[in-house]
Design a protein around this ligand. Sequence first.
Ligand code: UDP
Length: 602
Amino acid sequence: MADAALFTTILIGTLAVASLLRWLLQPVQGKPGTRLDARGLLFFVPLLVLFFLGASREALAPVIGAVALYLFVAVTDVLETPPITRIAFVATVAVALTTQGVAIDTFKLPGTSIYYPLGWFSPVITAAWLLLCASLFGRAGSIPSVSFGIAALSGLTFYVVCWLVPWATGDTAPMLALAIAGVSLAQLLSCGQICGGAAGPSSYGMGLLIGSLAVTGALKHTASLVALLPLFVISVPLFGATFTYASGLREGWRGLHIGQRRRHLHELLLEQGYSQSQVFGVLIGVAAYMCALGILLVLLIAKPFWVKLLTLMFGISVGPFVFFVILRMLRHEPQPSLVGGPPAVNLFNVRLHAVTMDEALTIAESFIREGGPHMIVTSDTSSVVRAQDDEELRAIINEADLVTADGQGVIVAARLLNLPISARVSGVDMMERLCAIAARLGKPVYLLGAAPGVAREAADRLQDQYAGLLVAGCRDGYFSEDEEAEVVRDIQARRPAVLFVAMGIPKQEKWIKRHLEELGVPVCIGVGGSFDVIAGHVRRAPVWMRHWGLEWLYRTLQRPRRLPRLAALPRMFVMTLHSLLFNSERPETLPVEPDCTAKDRC
Ligand code: UDP
């Protein structure tokens, strides 16, 4: 109860002071060149609360140290003094803290209950530890709110640990843990999830506080590991290296540069085009995972050393890969080097353009305006897989003027391989939107494919939907080889601007390619079963299923004879995994001009 009161007082007190400071310091913060980080001043709140509670020096000392470090960093930031001054200051604070009982003063041999006193070595190790914590948090402070989020999680984790093993953690640790959790949570809330500027100097103070907590009182013998774990998350090379390692695996061992290993996880993520809020979410997620792992280890405190070691090894080896997959699934902007025109990527020797629906339509519209034959392919999982064995299909896709990713399997594989393809551009959506463009431009379309009568029904529906849409002609997709010449002549005579061919993959692509030049239609596109969908013979998956990339499942349930096609999914998965782990070739990312055609590119 007393703990709850302490936590609430610190939380509310910090929130109140934060609001007041924000109001008072707004003009100062807005001034260019001013590096004042008002949030750092909020360390005074726990200081005052703890002071009035008559807390021990061991609890007060780290907060005073954190305030001092915050003020020092704020001043040296403005004066732009060399980093050595900060190191010297943290070392001084650390030595002062060791005299107040905040110190690593014994060393416990793993697997035993023997403690070795560290003697004169204690201040040196304490200083190194606090320096590490302060600088890691300081660096994480460049991402707004991350250091506060991680500090809040760490404080709460420590509190849970104190609650689980009160006999081993002493009186000071829970108080300090709550102070840290309260003040960080309040700072997080007072500036929203992601506040404007970086946390700046206050994150150094926060790091010092967390570091001190880990070596306070009895906690130093029990749960210092818990402090170590969240710190891994933000900077210690483990995560950054694992991330870089996993990304670099596709490039083979030579792809793992020493320099890259040293880079911090959040820097890598930002460089790879993830947004600040995605980085925030992922880092906090990883921190929460590590905190949970820490709590689990504390729960196993009485178990033999090897059990704890195995749990730790398992936790830190599985966790990063789970987060790696989550990360890759997140939508992120193309890497800066790819910006400036839709890039073409090579997914298992099949070329795809990294375009959104709007970009694809802009390109298609430019094809209509410029005239001349162009071919668009919407490539789904089955076509990418089929293209592995079907050389003709592969060549057709690779020579097409625009190839969009149409299929969740393709999107997932591309994201896992870090190819900048994140948007699904499906055939049926393309067809509807192209009809809207054709209607607007007053250009006719031609529908070729599906069972007799279906193309006409689809055309009628499209004409109802898009006022002014001109349908130059319709024809079913079940004609003999002998009739082919007549079909081509009919299309030539009616001169459509867009030819939709719905005869299924790969038949439609091969048919288009065979007649592309003689047809001379500005946009020829294979649209699979779209006529059946538009005509209402086949229902489209509900929006939520489309949103979650489950359209393939819905279509298979509707038409079970499509079941064999699902074999493409596990094959795509195996190919992706293989590429991720063993492929020594870098995936190609070729910048392509929007109006560049296959002929001048290839
Ligand atoms: N189809 C056609 N001629 C053929 C074979 C198929 O017109 O010789 C039509 C078929 O009636 C259907 C479409 O092509 O409307 C294929 O749809 P499916 O859903 O199988 O293709 P996907 O969208 O998966 O490529």
